[in-house]
Design a protein around this ligand. Sequence first.
Ligand code: 3HC
Length: 699
Amino acid sequence: MTDPTPHLIRTSRDGDVLILTIDNPPVNAFSPGVPEGLKAGLDAAATDDTVKAVVIIGGGRTFIAGADIRTFNLPREQAPDLRGTIAKLDAFPKPTVAALHGTALGGGFELALGCTYRVATPGAKVGLPEVKLGLLPGAGGTQRLPRVVGVKKALDLILSGTPVGAAPARDLGLIDEIVEGDLLTGAVAFARRVADVRPLPRISERPAQPDPEAIEAARQSIRKTHRGQLSPQFIVDLVDLATRTPFNEGHAEEGVKFVQAKDSPQSRGMRHMFFAEREAAKIPGLDKTTPTTDIRRVGVIGAGTMGGGIAMNFLNAGIPVTIVETAQENLDRGLNTIRKTYEASAAKGRLKLEDVQKRLDLLTPTLSMNDLGDADLIIEAVFEDMAVKKDIFTRLDAVAKPGAILATNTSTLDVGEIAAVTSRPEQVIGLHFFSPANIMKLLEIVRADRTSDSVLATSLKLSRTIGKVGVVVGVCNGFVGNRMLYAYREQASKAVLEGATPQAVDAAMNALGLPMGPYAMSDMAGLDIGYMARRAAAERAGQPMPDDWVDRVVQLGRKGQKTGAGVYDYPDGSRTPVPSPAVDDLIQAYRAEKGVQPREATQDDLIARLTATLANEGARILEEGIALRASDIDTIYTYGYGFPAYRGGPMHYASEQGLTTVVQTLERHGLEVAPLLRRLAQEGKTFAQYDAERAKSQT
Ligand code: 3HC
């Protein structure tokens, strides 16, 4: 038989078994050409009497990792026909065997479910992660999965999007056999064994048992876990439908809902974030040849909340840490907090009890910086004071071994100025963790003017080792995330001065999808922290501190949750914010003092104003080269500041609103528009187009 398939599918024979190998690196996504190749292979096999069965396998590192996400913006007629390919498999007159290795995800796993049988390597993983892209399994997944594993388990798998390993998948009936040796050999042997089985056991022909309790439980649960999101609701409806209608009807409805989800701004936002996160790891000038250092031992200076949290990241990754404090009492307190955090995780079943001790055994407490001589990386996490940091780095320079990376966790100070006190400024970098540092996924990697490429590449690699999303930024006050936060808070303050209540501002941000608005967040973090940062910044600039009603709240001794009162009241030690009559009076008096006549602000206007402010500051950050791309800013704000992924980050969200609208909002509120934002608006462009054009000009 001649090879009828295009280059993305390789056809070969092993006796009476036809093998179709998908060859579309890096992850064998279902791109244009794949369906054509598979269909042609199947058509040829259907009419060839010498073919008894077909094996479909992935070349390279994985089976199909899903539909090609990049094709979702194509017109429907140009999109690869995944559903049609699976329909052909489902109707195929001979046994088809999907041979799975790597990650069979989304449309890839759906294609496997459309085959008659599935075999897998022990390390293979299968899953339907579409919900993480604001989608639903759109190629039969919502209809076939409940027919195999039941409604409850199907909902667990599809709503979490978390893949399962080969062994649990076999126990669930999703995989027929685990192949211990060579996958292709095992798959062909399996195909030969089942070649004559008739009728063919098609999943689409099985019934799905109704489970109204599981459906109701899922509906309630997604209200909390996926607040405001569209696709989880579709998923529950469709899984329910699978139990009430014949396969073809449920399948048709799934197709309609998939298109609706795919074309929604929510999915566009989440798809943008998928690529943004991966793009952040690519730094012009760095590539695979850039040398990196192995980080085998880490030193952390400061065992406070931040230092302790930072240390835990490395302990969790099996990297030994030496932690330094100035007084035994502080060291003991820090160690105790780390131990308690691990014990709490173990109590919740998130960590094995024996792992608590294993991790603690990797931790060496000390009162002497001289013990840091063997560390490959030392991270300073003491309070924000330039003089203190300079003193520490001068001493570190004397004790650290040659080649060690010296990092500061500063969130505001000039990393270059800190580096300049050492004899090795090229080895100095900022590693800005976010609190709680053992949980938050974001790591701002602050490149100072003399930081070497190797130190930068090592830091990026390390961020992956410890499960963080590292984003490279330049030096400025607050770097990217906090600088935008300052602008956002200032604007929130003005909105309150002009007539909004703090709770209306917070409610607006909740409606946008942020877990907390600015005031609930400041109260939780400590209202005095922002106050002190603003005071220090004003002192540094030699200017008086700008007047702000929030600072007057702090001056009343209301420092947030920790003092039982901040912008909100927290009666009886509760953590639930309650509007405060005292703060209300303070705000009214402040407005009167400033001669401001309060005006009502609608929720939509508050959202527009605050998000426009973020995008405006983001545009300045881009123009100054502090961030490399708008999508990096989106990654920072989503992973570090709770901006919902389904809005795609503040820059993407601004583009979705239309940059002209954003400019108008800024002008309406008397804000100076960043020149880049104005230019893009005038040219009718988006921030994604700006990123694409810049990337092109750099290659
Ligand atoms: N479509 C297009 N490109 C994809 C892709 C996909 N489904 N999956 C991965 N890629 C690209 C990445 O963008 C990256 O490109 P780059 O090198 O240019 O940055 C490259 O493949 C490698 O990806 P990773 O860096 O993520 O590699 P890892 O080895 O860390 O992870 C993975 C591999 C687990 C497959 C991970 O990429 C992943 O989770 N991919 C997404 C899987 C997914 O969501 N599938 C469902 C798609 S939606 C669908 O199928 C709809 C259907 O129901 C109709």
